[in-house]
Write a protein that binds this ligand. Structure first.
Ligand code: ASP
Length: 586
């Protein structure tokens, strides 16, 4: 037997037991006649002690141990004279009687401790060493527990996990596909699933009633902190349900996870917000409701006072930033520059300082009386001591900009406490999204999402106003997941494809399977998918999903550890009948 215990489990109650531990050498310290070794494994750290006086040879062997050597130590659990309150094994140490080196290690490229000296690239290149560090193990453990609890909850609600294929035909989720060339079928390609959307709907036609799958999905998109080319969804679908049924079941799942993972009881109904309110009040379809600072539409209040910028604008809106009326000119200039950055995209910023002493100061003093400015400030939610920030432009873009500014001010004022969780459902999304560049409508969610019954009549006449039976679960400003009630009637599905600009041939070519399946008794159905990585990162208090993914890609979609993507041999290219075009400047 290599070991009797792990490095995280021995306590004062084990004193005098003879034990065998295995692990990695984190640190060797020599103090007078004693040598101490911190022995680490995935469960924790236990201190080993060697004494020159009692066993000089063994002590000498311990002194020569290098960092990350793999060793086996046999000894007796003893009480520590100086206890370490920071670790659970801190009351004891092992007085070692036998030491075996199981494997040596080269000096690792960074220190494998909670706070490492390694830079991001180095940590990624040696991710298998990075994973030895406690913060990373903690993230993976949390993720493991989440998957386990998801399965436990869904199994308890009669959901069945069914695996769906990875080599498929493209399902549109709005991103670019990763494709895989077929060797057997010359010139043809599989797509890797952006999600198992069509399969799960087909499983409903197949009578699998309640399906789920913890599944890898692939989207070739530009990367951000919360995006990876491959990511994991908790993908679910149910038959014979309306929106309310889906929300109930999955609100239950969310509460189960908060309870089991964070010990938080959420015994209240999650708030629901219609998409339009989310956009108008928070400037985002994923509002962070941990703090107020709501957006107010002040268009009517500011127009026709001779200030051309406002007069020409479609929409003028404001937020009140609590306690910031004392911002200096320099601070206001800095915020103005901040909103003008391309990432935000505002043209400029107007402010009103509603001072503690009731006086008012604004960058548009010339056009408005102090009374008018006070009124605007109050309407925007400000009291004395608050600062009102105003943006204007076209409605949706300006709301988005204000949403970004609101989050920034929330960050600056420390209003986004990681230990507070504020979930909500955003519902009644628009069915379509207008794309300026291509001058056409796209499905906001995906083409299988059903319109609201009340809006059937306006689908052709006023598509921009049509709402979908679609919903997102949002927590702390993060879209944790979303889904919809699907179309299950083939005539309506065909109508939808038409609205989205698919010719009948094109719809058939891409979705013939689903269209056909719907002819054979498709039950009413709906579902959703959660992003496991994002949710795990949120519960782990991480800003990046990389913290909860064992082997993530870097920001250039590269796995620098295993070196992928990489070139393939000419033989492989030949087999696939592929020719690599030289790169040209586009
Ligand atoms: N397939 C959708 C997605 O990946 C989720 C759903 O509609 O169930 O976003």
């Amino acid at each position: 037997m290599y070991r009797t215990h792990n490095c995280g489990e021995l306590r004062a109650a084990d004193i005098n037991k003879t034990v065998t531990l295995c692990g990695w050498v984190q640190k060797v310290r020599n103090l007078g006649g004693m040598t101490f070794v911190d022995l680490r494994d995935r469960y924790g750290i236990t201190q080993l002690v060697f004494n020159t006086e009692t066993n000089a040879e063994l002590c000498e062997k311990a002194r020569k141990l290098g960092r990350e050597f793999v060793i086996q130590a046999i000894g007796v659990v003893t009480e520590r004279s100086s206890k370490n309150k920071d670790i659970p094994t801190g009351d004891i140490e092992i007085t070692v009687q036998e030491l075996n080196i199981l494997n040596k290690s080269e000096i690792p490229p960074f220190t494998i401790e909670d706070n490492t000296d390694g830079g991001e690239d180095l940590l990624m290149k040696y991710r298998y060493l990075d994973i030895r560090r406690r913060p990373i193990i903690k993230g993976l453990q949390l993720r493991n527990k989440m998957s386990f609890e998801v399965r436990r909850y869904l199994d308890g609600h009669s959901f069945m996990e069914v695996e769906t294929p990875m080599l498929i035909k493209s399902t549109p989720e709005g991103a670019r596909d990763y494709v895989v060339p077929s060797r057997i079928h010359h010139g043809e390609f599989y797509a890797l699933p952006q999600s198992p959307q069509q399969y799960k709907q087909l499983l409903m036609v197949a009578g699998i009633d309640r399906y789920y799958q913890i599944v890898k999905c692939f989207r070739d998109e530009d990367l951000r902190a919360d995006r990876q080319p491959e990511f994991t969804q908790i993908d679910c679908e149910m038959s014979f349900v309306e929106q309310e049924d889906v929300l109930q079941v999955f609100e239950g799942l969310a509460k189960h996870l908060f309870k089991e993972i964070k010990g938080i009881d959420m015994n209240y109904q999650f708030p629901r917000m219609v998409w339009k309110d989310a956009m108008e009040q928070y400037g985002s379809d994923k509002p962070d409701i941990r703090f107020g600072m709501k957006i107010h539409n002040i268009t009517d209040k500011v127009k026709n006072h001779g200030f051309k910028v406002f007069d020409d604008a479609e929409y003028v809106c404001a937020i009140a930033v609590g306690g910031c009326a004392n911002y200096s000119r320099k601070q206001l200039d800095e915020i103005t520059e901040w909103v003008k950055r391309p990432q935000v995209g505002a043209k400029g910023l107007v402010y009103i300082k509603y001072n503690e002493d009731n006086t008012i100061k604004s960058s548009v003093d010339k056009f408005y009386s102090p009374e008018e400015l006070t009124e605007i400030a109050k309407f925007s939610g400000a009291g004395t001591g608050d600062l009102v920030l105003i943006l204007c432009g076209k409605k949706l873009p300006v709301l988005n900009q204000m949403g970004v500014l609101r989050i920034e001010m929330g960050n600056r004022l420390g209003l986004r406490d990681k230990n507070i969780f504020a979930p909500l459902w955003v519902v009644d999304f628009p069915l379509f999204e207008w794309d300026e560049a291509t001058q056409r409508f796209y499905a906001m969610h995906h083409p299988f999402t059903s319109p609201k019954k009340e809006d059937y009549d306006i689908l052709e006449t006023n598509p921009g106003e049509a709402r979908a039976n679609a919903y997102d679960l949002v927590i702390n400003g993060i879209e944790i997941g979303g889904g919809s009630i699907r179309i299950h009637d083939s005539a309506l599905q065909v109508r939808m494809f038409k609205l989205l600009g698919f010719t009948e041939e094109k719809a058939q070519a891409q979705f013939s399977c689903l269209i056909n399946a719907f002819k054979y008794g498709a039950p009413p159905h709906g579902g959703l998918a959660f992003g496991l990585d994002r949710w795990a990162a949120l519960l782990n208090g991480s800003d990046s999903i990389k913290d909860v993914i064992a082997f993530p890609k870097n920001n250039a979609a590269r796995d620098i550890m295993i070196d992928a993507p990489s070139k393939i041999s000419d033989e492989q290219l030949d087999e696939l009948s592929l020719i690599i075009k030289p790169l040209t400047d586009k």
